[in-house]
Design a binder for this molecule. Structure first.
Ligand SMILES: Nc1nc2c(ncn2[C@@H]2O[C@H](COP(=O)(O)OP(=O)(O)OP(=O)(O)O)[C@@H](O)[C@H]2O)c(=O)[nH]1
Ligand SMILES: *[C@@H]1O[C@H](CO)[C@@H](O)[C@H](O)[C@H]1NC(C)=O
Ligand SMILES: *[C@@H]1O[C@H](CO)[C@@H](O)[C@H](O)[C@H]1NC(C)=O
Ligand SMILES: [Mg+2]
Length: 380
């Protein structure tokens, strides 16, 4: 081997080793990179200042928020898909800012598919409170095998023909059935008594400086709402017939001083289609876990109307709450300013200023023609 060839071989080995080290050892790569070597000669390259973290001295030291001396046995519940991440972050950030920063109630996220690590990371970063992520068991979500698929398909096709909203969707039906009869049976919810349901892309307009869960608990309330309205008749053609059949065979399960007056203008003969808008709910899980509602849901489920029609969880919950609780156990959360497109409840007068609400008080659904709030008022 000539000396020249020998030098080339040694140089070749050094260069190869350098590349292998740069790739496999981060520190070595950094220390020897060309730009770093250049920096040592010319001084550090200046970074745009806005990319540097602002020095700590400009931050107001965060005072620890005192734990409330009393808390309820309660949680938030969010049923969402991975793709709902932006919308549910928006809702959750508002819940934290307007309320939960002070109260630190936990969150339960539910999904029929596993949540991604990315989803979990973004969500847990929004709060100091505990967050749990649950996977819904297959049979709690998907269409049961005893549903006659021919009949269900025909029903969906007819609804698409009639332009019924979500009329052709099976996942939407799974969701309505799950929210009606399965959310409160999920393992992660067993350790709680009260829940607050939150959906993606909703707005909370006002500071909630009191604890609505404690209000429910101390005042014996079992169901709380902010918006009520009429159901689309085409989604529930036979629902009321089934409700009547159930009441007739289980008269002992119906509560005294119930809210039938909210549901019916003729003592139960016909349904006026009023329901509480269930995308917002603060409720007592024991209402759903109790004998009356459990039997009621099982009966409705057996009729197949979640798939042969498109029964929503809003009318099913509302009818359940109105019949199996006393009317004074149903609470209108007047001070919680709330919007789920396309309707909003904006507190009026003193409630608006007390909550430092930012909604336009003239944009308020409460006594619009399509609202059922006046029917609720009339019961008291
Ligand atoms: N995991 C999961 N969640 C769902 C699915 N469909 C709906 N949801 C959730 O169920 C709730 C109700 O669904 P939405 O799509 O908001 O139904 P909606 O409120 O009647 O209609 P919108 O006007 O579209 O909001 C929301 O919390 C959704 O994130 C689904 O297929 N999987
Ligand atoms: C399923 O539904 C179709 C359409 O309504 C009906 O013709 C058929 O008899 C049903 N099948 C069973 C097994 O009930
Ligand atoms: C909260 O409520 C659930 C359901 O009623 C109950 O099982 C659980 O023991 C309660 N937890 C506490 C701390 O009271
Ligand atoms: Mg929604």
């Amino acid at each position: 081997m000539t000396p020249m060839r020998y030098i080339v071989l040694v140089l070749g080995i050094i260069v190869s080793l350098h590349y292998i080290m740069s790739f496999s050892h981060e520190e070595y790569g950094k220390a020897t990179s060309i730009s770093r070597l250049a920096e040592q000669i010319t001084g550090p390259k200046s970074q745009p200042p806005y990319k540097e973290p602002v020095p700590d001295k400009y931050y107001k030291p965060s005072e620890p928020i005192a734990e409330p001396d009393r808390k309820a046995n309660a949680t938030f519940v969010m049923l969402v898909r991975n793709s709902d991440l932006p919308g549910i972050m928006s809702s959750m950030k508002q819940i934290e800012d307007r309320f939960n920063r002070k109260f630190k109630y936990p969150y339960v996220f539910l999904n029929e598919q596993p949540f991604t690590q990315e989803f979990k990371n973004y969500i847990t970063a929004l709060t100091d409170a505990p967050v749990e992520f649950g996977l819904i068991p297959h049979d709690d979500w998907y269409q049961p095998s005893w549903i006659n698929e021919t009949r269900a398909t025909e029903a969906r096709e007819a609804m698409v023909q009639n332009s019924v909203i979500y009329g052709g969707s099976v996942p939407y039906r799974n969701m309505c059935r799950f929210n009606s009869g399965f959310f409160y049976r999920q393992e992660l919810l067993q350790k709680y008594r009260y829940y607050w349901r939150v959906e993606p892309d909703v707005k909370f307009f006002c500071d909630v400086d009191y604890d609505p869960f404690l209000l429910m608990q101390d005042e014996g309330k079992v169901y709380g709402f902010t918006v009520s309205l009429y159901e689309y008749p085409t989604t529930i053609p036979t629902l009321w017939n089934e409700v009547r059949a159930f009441i007739n065979s289980n008269p002992n399960l119906v509560a005294k001083d119930n809210a039938m007056q909210f549901l019916s203008d003729d003592g139960g003969e016909t349904y006026n289609r009023c329901h509480f808008w269930s995308n917002f709910e603060i409720g007592d899980l024991d209402l759903w876990r109790g004998e009356a509602y459990s039997k009621f849901f099982d009966y409705l489920d057996e009729q197949g109307g979640f798939y042969y029609e498109r029964w929503g969880d809003a009318p099913v919950h509302s009818i359940g709450a109105a019949l199996f609780a006393r009317k004074d156990q149903i609470h209108f959360f007047n001070d919680i300013g709330y919007k789920h497109e396309p309707f909003q409840h904006c507190p009026q007068g003193a409630a608006h200023s007390k909550g430092k609400c930012w909604c336009d008080p003239s944009q308020n659904f409460d006594y619009e023609w399509y609202s059922c709030l006046s029917r609720y008022d009339k019961m008291f």
